[in-house]
Design a protein around this ligand. Structure first.
Ligand SMILES: NC(=O)c1ccc[n+]([C@@H]2O[C@H](COP(=O)([O-])OP(=O)(O)OC[C@H]3O[C@@H](n4cnc5c(N)ncnc54)[C@H](OP(=O)(O)O)[C@@H]3O)[C@@H](O)[C@H]2O)c1
Length: 248
């Protein structure tokens, strides 16, 4: 498929649903060869078939991004397949909500492991590849929860604030290597993310919060990512915040 990203290779974590799935489809539609990453192999296989049927190019690499070795291997496999990795979209994420007092601390560890450490492992493995090939683009998915912390979002927000800090340093340390860095901060997006919330009070609050507005579609965030990665090489789009019109 030809498009603005013809000849580019893009790896998307969390491609099995929601924002990652929509982003993988949009990247393929722009001509990129896409590496689809998540844990649910059947979902990735289904997405792969849809991309191939439309004339796109893609492979799947089943990976748990909380495992550093698996995440390193994922980057190496992508490079071995197509010789380069031009775009890394660090999108995999989980969200558990609830008050700090009485929280299940296993859920805290899971959010830190996926949302923050997983993103750092993938970035760490991508940098030597991107430096050696003379450039690249890393897109990190944060949240408006990474701009403003509210009750019941303490650790989810903390992981997203951490992503913001990490991304700022990533840009400062690597712009001279022609590595572009973009932080995307979505507001409410209709996906499966909230389905994992286990605390019944927090779940009810989150459902109410979603109902009180018209959430964005995953494709709206994919469009922001496509905007960032299709700019001319001298343009480094550092940060994009996208909220539904009726989100405060
Ligand atoms: N939805 C929103 O309102 C919203 C707002 C702001 C920011 N975000 C952020 O957007 C990103 C995508 O979320 P979404 O809303 O699209 O939710 P989603 O539909 O639940 O997608 C999350 C993705 O992350 C993957 N994932 C989770 N744990 C993983 C792991 N250990 N290793 C590899 N992949 C893993 C899941 O795949 P598997 O389960 O198959 O591994 C899935 O593909 C997240 O970082 C989220 O924090 C979402």
């Amino acid at each position: 498929m030809s498009g603005k990203l013809s000849g580019k290779v893009a790896l998307v974590t969390g491609a099995s649903s929601g924002i990652g799935e929509a982003t993988a489809l949009a990247l393929a539609a722009e001509g990129a060869s896409v590496v689809l990453v998540a844990r649910r192999a059947n979902r990735l296989e289904n997405l792969l078939q849809r991309i191939l049927e439309k004339g796109g190019a893609a492979i799947t690499i089943v990976t748990d991004v909380t495992d550093e070795l698996q995440t390193q291997n994922m980057l190496h496999q992508a490079q071995a397949k197509w010789g380069h990795v031009d775009i890394l979209v660090n999108n995999a994420g989980v969200m558990q909500l609830g008050l700090i007092d009485g929280a299940n601390t296993t859920e805290w560890r899971s959010m830190i492991d996926v949302n923050f450490l997983g993103l750092t492992y993938a970035t760490h493995a991508a940098l030597p590849i991107m430096k050696a090939q003379g450039g690249g683009h890393i897109v990190n998915i944060s949240s408006t929860a990474g701009l403003e912390a509210n009750v019941i979002t303490a650790v989810y927000s903390a992981t997203k604030f951490a992503v913001g800090a990490f991304t700022e340093v990533l840009r400062k340390e690597n712009h001279s290597h022609k590595i572009r860095v973009t932080l995307i901060e979505p507001g409410a997006v209709a996906t499966e993310l909230g389905a994992q919330v286990t605390d019944p009070n927090a779940k009810a609050w989150a459902e109410e919060w979603m109902k009180s507005k018209t959430p964005l579609a995953s494709e709206d965030i994919a469009a922001a990512i496509i905007y960032a990665v299709t700019q001319p090489p001298h343009v480094n789009v550092n940060e994009i915040v996208v909220r539904p019109i009726d989100q405060q």
